[in-house]
Write a protein that binds this ligand. Structure first.
Ligand code: NAP
Length: 254
């Protein structure tokens, strides 16, 4: 007679975000910021006692890269909270390709060299989570329905008018639902989960305008008025499906 193991219970922090909501769609138990503010360590202990998860996927973050340099909450959310969690329960930290600078692509064991506060905070969080026995999955350039970043909103922006998109910077757009599927599996140590198919934001937006029948709306820019970014943050190995097969789905989402 076949034996069936009970599915593992995976708890997700930051569950209202782009990646957290994709994990909830995959069957994880989600806690948004109202249900659990990850800076409240007593609340974390209470929730773990109540929920008794097998593993936590830590998606809560101050993910606005430039705000991390000035927002007084950044250390508590991006470093102290995941490290505290990892001391209590098996924890997967979702980290970033911004722990690196160029030249890429970077493999998991490569030397980290962050160029901004967000990247430095993730480096500290990675070290603390790993020291506590947790896991680190690095990713980058997420997009999907409900996201508020450029690739997630490209259809809405194109429908509204002209779009300026960065040329000359290699990106590996990664569909949040594909990453969520990968994160439902446990991967020891440090690993990378990123989409196949390199592009630039300019070419990504050009493809979107063709798919939408809105040719002529995308303008290329060589630089954006934002804080420091890695010159090349590509990751290897790239194993998740290419953005090219996911972009049509994004654009079909109302
Ligand atoms: N997006 C990317 O391209 C990308 C790339 C590499 C790595 N990552 C990492 O992937 C993870 C998920 O990113 P994401 O794109 O899903 O970001 P997101 O959409 O901004 O989601 C982050 C979530 O964390 C919540 N949060 C903020 N402060 C919190 C707190 N004190 N307690 C509990 N929840 C809190 C946010 O809630 P509010 O909105 O209510 O503040 C938000 O729902 C993050 O660790 C991020 O660093 C993302």
């Amino acid at each position: 007679m076949a034996k069936w193991a009970a599915p593992l219970k995976i708890l997700v922090t930051g569950a209202a975000g782009l990646l957290g909501s994709a994990l909830v769609r995959r069957g994880a138990r989600g806690l948004d910021r109202n249900a659990l503010d990850v800076r409240d360590h007593r609340a974390v202990e209470r929730i773990l006692e109540r929920e008794r998860p097998d593993r936590v996927v830590f998606c809560a973050a101050l993910a606005d890269v430039d705000a991390c340099a000035t927002d007084p909450r950044a250390r508590a959310i991006n470093i102290e909270a995941p490290v505290f969690m990892a001391g209590l329960v098996p924890t997967t930290l979702v980290s970033t390709n911004y722990v690196f600078d160029g030249p890429g692509p970077h493999s998991p064991a490569d030397h980290r060299r962050p160029v901004n506060a967000y990247g430095r905070q993730k480096v500290e969080a990675e070290d603390g989570v790993l020291a506590a026995g947790g896991q680190v999955v690095r990713t980058g350039w997420l997009f999907g329905p409900g996201g508020r970043n450029f690739p997630s909103r490209v259809g809405e922006l194109l429908r509204a008018g002209e779009v300026r998109a960065l040329a000359g910077w290699p990106v590996q757009p990664t569909w949040a639902d594909d990453l969520a599927a990968a994160l439902m599996q446990s991967t020891p140590g440090i690993s990378h989960a990123i989409g196949q198919g390199e592009t630039t934001w300019f070419d990504f937006a050009k493809r979107a305008e063709v798919l939408l029948g809105l040719e002529g709306r995308v303008r290329s820019v060589e630089a954006l008025d934002i804080g420091p970014r890695p010159s090349d943050a590509r990751l290897s190995p790239a194993t998740l499906p290419s953005w090219e097969v996911r972009l049509p789905e994004l654009l079909e989402t109302p």
